[in-house]
Design a protein around this ligand. Structure first.
Ligand code: CP
Length: 306
C-alpha cells in the first residue's frame, strides 16, 4: 500500500488493491473538508515541460489542504540555463520542500529524481513513458461515471505510440477485468512491448485502424491528441495529425451506446469536436476537475497524513 515517504513513479508499481486505496482516499477528499490537513507542508512543482491541468491541479490540491506551494518556474529562468544538472537541481529543491511533483521530457527522469531526493517524488509525466497521476484520475473518473471499472470495454484512439496517458491507463486497466481496443494510424500503434505485457496479464484486446467499427462495442472511449512535440519528423506529424476526428455524427454512424462516455486527458487540438461538449457522452471536463481530489489523495498518502 502507498505509505508515508513513498514516491509515485509508475502505475506498474501498483496492484488493484493499491489503486483502490488511492481512489477511495480521493473519494473521501472530495466529500470532506480537509483544509488543515497539510498545514506546514510544502509541495515543490518542477515542470520542465508544458502543463496546464497537472501543474495547476497539484497546486490547487495542496492549497486546498492548507499546505503551501513552491514553483520552480520555467527552465529559461532557472540555473539550468547556467548548465546545472538535473541531479544537482533535485538535491537543491529537496532541501526547500516536503514533496516534489515533477514533469520532465526524459523517460526515467522521475525515477532518477526519486533516488536522489530523499523525499517523495511524484511523477507528473516523463516523456512518452508514464503519467501515473493522470491514470489515477482517469480510473477515478471511470469509476464515478460508470459505477465500476471491472467488466467494461475501453477503447483508445489517437497517438497510442507516444501517448503516456494511454500507456499508463492500459497498464492500470490490466489490473481489472476490462477489454481494451486500440485504434490508431499504423505509424502510431500501441508499443509491442505493452501488448506483450497485456498478453502476459491475460487481457482481451484488439488492435484496429477503424474507429467507426469499434464505437458500438465501447463503454469508454479514451481519445488522445496526436502530439506534435514527440515527432522527430514534422512531415510525419503533418501526415498523421488529422487521422481521426471524433464528433457526434461519427458516434451516431458507429452506433454508440447511450452509456458510452468519452474521455480525453486534454488539451485537444482538433481530434475531439466541441459538438460533443454538451452531450451526456462528454466527461472530459469532469475528468480534469477530478485531478484535484486524486492529487490530494496522493499527496496526503505520501506525506503520511492518511
Ligand atoms: N492531462 C494533462 O497532462 O494535461 P497538462 O499537459 O495540461 O498537464
Amino acid at each position: 500500500m502507498l505509505q508515508s515517504g513513498d514516491s509515485v513513479i509508475s502505475i506498474r508499481d501498483f496492484d488493484s488493491e493499491e489503486i483502490q486505496q488511492v481512489l477511495s482516499v480521493a473519494a473521501r477528499m472530495e466529500r470532506e473538508d480537509n483544509r488543515d490537513l497539510m498545514r506546514g507542508k510544502i509541495l515543490a512543482t518542477m515542470f520542465l515541460e508544458a502543463s496546464t491541468r497537472t501543474k495547476l491541479s497539484f497546486m490547487s490540491a495542496m492549497l486546498r489542504l492548507g499546505g503551501e506551494v513552491l514553483d520552480f518556474g520555467d527552465t529559461e529562468h532557472s540555473s539550468f540555463k547556467k548548465g546545472e544538472s538535473l541531479s544537482d537541481a533535485i538535491r537543491i529543491v529537496s532541501g526547500y520542500c516536503d514533496v516534489i511533483a515533477m514533469r520532465h521530457p526524459w523517460e526515467g527522469a522521475a525515477r532518477l529524481a526519486a533516488q536522489i531526493a530523499g523525499l517523495p517524488v511524484i511523477n507528473a509525466g516523463d516523456g512518452a513513458n508514464q503519467h501515473p497521476t493522470q491514470t489515477f484520475l482517469d480510473l477515478y473518473t471511470i469509476q464515478k461515471v460508470r459505477g465500476r471499472i471491472d467488466g467494461l470495454s475501453v477503447g483508445f484512439v489517437g497517438d497510442l505510440k507516444y501517448g503516456r496517458t494511454v500507456h499508463s491507463l492500459a497498464t492500470a486497466l490490466s489490473r481489472f477485468d476490462c477489454r481494451q481496443i486500440f485504434v490508431s494510424p499504423p505509424t502510431l500503434r500501441i508499443p509491442a512491448g505493452l501488448l506483450r505485457e497485456l498478453e502476459e496479464a491475460g487481457v482481451r484486446y484488439e488492435v484496429s485502424e477503424d474507429l467507426v467499427s469499434a464505437i458500438s462495442k465501447l463503454d469508454i472511449l479514451y481519445c488522445t491528441r496526436i502530439q506534435r512535440e514527440r515527432f522527430a519528423d514534422s512531415l510525419e506529424y503533418e501526415r498523421t495529425k488529422g487521422a481521426y476526428r471524433l464528433d457526434l455524427a461519427l458516434l451516431e454512424r458507429g452506433g454508440a451506446r447511450d452509456e458510452l462516455r468519452i474521455m480525453h486527458p486534454l488539451p485537444r487540438v482538433g481530434e475531439l469536436s466541441t459538438d460533443l461538449d454538451d452531450t451526456p457522452y462528454a466527461v472530459y471536463f469532469q475528468q480534469a476537475r477530478n485531478g484535484v481530489p486524486v492529487r490530494q489523495a496522493l499527496l496526503s498518502l505520501v506525506l503520511g497524513k492518511e
